[in-house]
Design a protein around this ligand. Structure first.
Ligand code: GDP
Ligand code: MG
Length: 452
């Protein structure tokens, strides 16, 4: 059985609450600057009151009520072909959500599990999270332990194969029987920067390496290889508490954010499938309402994974879809609700407004839900992925990264600065297009793999 979760989030919740306040403050400031007449987050006291109310008791509300008394101005996206979300002025009086095309009766239908089970077998043993290593270490069955460890490693290697081949080839050309000199450090620096570790993190690592080489009295470059491996792992873990998805206790919400094409929808499908295999009840909210294709794509994944997709028609307000989706999750006692969001919001204020709107719906409907906000990134974009982390961190409280398409690139080294410079844990990696091609991320395995 998988173990993607760890029960450590009481501390995380506290931190999150501080971060939310910061995001709200920052967002209000930005919106003010954009000359919007009323601040978005004027009703702070209300949200505190709501938090004291018991979860799941608020009924007969619409998503618009969440924003009543507020003027929300959504900046119109630059691209002409995208549907325009106009200025929304929410009236005080009760208004039904405009785009409710699914009734609750329809939503209540159980997913067609029989079909799914015929098509999909139990996940293979090698999909087991490296986190079970610890549990397995308590077993006396040596053979079982060895097999499992080997298969975890093999599976992971498939995903990092290109990064590994590239990096290990280059690195091995630096670690020879030569003496350590300035050329060695220069070559090493070049290999690391080329390997997408980034200039700043590379310098930090090399500085530590220099010190340690002196401390240990090492003279041959070959002897420094193990040291480098050790330091890379230390640097990766320096600001990271752990790399697990924290989705317990239920109910939990996992929201996927990120720009277009980075694999958000695919990751939703893969995660939904894996969570179901762990015995969790799962639903997906299709909050990317800007492309009809995105909703259809998610329906296909929903069928594969055997989970309910809550959607509305193209162009609906994402906040309204999330509102109805959370209603479904509450009524059906869903353990993990996955929210797929749109990635076309390049304007920062706009992005912040949209994400905050969704966040406030969540705070209102499920104030005590365990939250993960996962930023999906395309590993093939290398350093650009790092820039996206910086951007999205300003717009939302990102709790982790899903680094997708790792199978198709040698740029996996970018994981190191994501964790060290941006202090965001890489929690999952996408290693292919099938439902099984998602791996929990384990720094130790990664470092061992790229040095193989
Ligand atoms: N090779 C590979 N392709 C992926 C992976 N994740 C997503 N893709 C592909 O990337 C494309 C965009 O994915 P999609 O989920 O639609 O991205 P979104 O726009 O962020 O929702 C699709 O063709 C996916 O099949 C991955 O881990 N590996
Ligand atoms: Mg999508």
């Amino acid at each position: 059985m998988f173990n993607w979760f760890k029960n450590k989030f009481s501390k995380k919740k506290e931190n999150d609450e501080n971060k939310i306040e910061e995001v709200i403050e920052e967002s209000t400031k930005k919106v003010d600057e954009a000359e919007i007449s009323e601040p978005i987050f004027q009703k702070k006291t209300e949200s505190h009151e709501i938090k004291n109310e018991p979860t799941f008791e608020k009924k007969a509300e619409t998503h618009e009520e969440v924003f009543k008394n507020e003027t929300i101005k959504t900046v119109v996206p630059e691209k002409k072909e995208e549907p325009v979300v106009k200025e929304v002025v929410v009236e005080e009086k009760h208004v039904e959500p405009a785009q409710k095309i699914e009734t609750h009766e329809e939503i209540k239908e159980e997913p067609k599990q029989e079909v799914v089970q015929e098509k999909y077998e139990e996940p293979k043993k090698e999909l087991i999270h490296a986190a079970v290593k610890k549990e397995l270490e308590n077993t006396n069955d040596e053979e079982e332990l060895k097999d499992t460890k080997e298969s975890i490693f093999k599976r992971f290697m498939k995903g990092v194969n290109k990064t590994r081949k590239n990096f290990s080839y280059q690195i091995n050309s630096v670690f020879t029987e030569n003496d350590i000199d300035d050329d060695f450090y220069e070559e090493l620096e070049e290999v690391m920067v080329m390997g997408d570790i980034g200039a700043s993190t590379t310098m930090t690592i090399i500085d530590i390496l220099k010190e340690r080489i002196v401390d240990k009295g090492i003279h041959k470059t070959s002897e420094a290889k193990e040291l480098l491996k050790e330091i890379i792992l230390e640097v990766m873990n320096e600001h990271i508490e752990d790399n697990y998805l924290h989705l317990e206790p239920s109910p939990a919400i996992l929201m996927l954010v990120g720009v277009n094409g980075v694999g958000k929808t695919t990751t939703c499908g893969k995660l939904a499938y894996q969570f179901k295999q762990e015995g969790k009840s799962v639903a997906i909210i299709a909050a990317d309402t800007f492309r009809a294709a995105a909703i259809e794509q998610l329906e296909v994944w929903g069928e594969r994974a055997g989970v309910k997709i809550i959607s509305q028609k193209e162009g609906s307000d994402p906040a309204a879809v999330v509102f109805d989706g959370l209603d479904y999750s509450i009524k059906n006692n869903i353990d993990i609700t996955i929210i797929d969001t749109a990635g076309r919001l390049h304007n920062k204020v706009n992005l912040m407004n949209e994400l905050n709107k969704v966040k406030r719906i969540i705070d209102k409907k499920m104030p005590n839900a365990t939250m993960e906000v996962i930023l999906a990134l395309d590993a093939t974009t290398g350093q650009n992925a790092l820039l996206q982390v910086k951007e999205f961190k300003e717009a939302a409280e990102i709790t982790g990264v899903s680094l997708n398409k790792l199978d198709g690139t040698a740029k996996g080294g970018v994981i190191i600065p994501i964790q060290y410079e941006e202090k965001i844990p890489v929690k999952i990696v996408g290693v292919g297009e099938s439902i099984y091609d998602l791996q929990p991320f384990e720094p130790e395995l990664f470092v061992n793999a790229i040095f193989e």
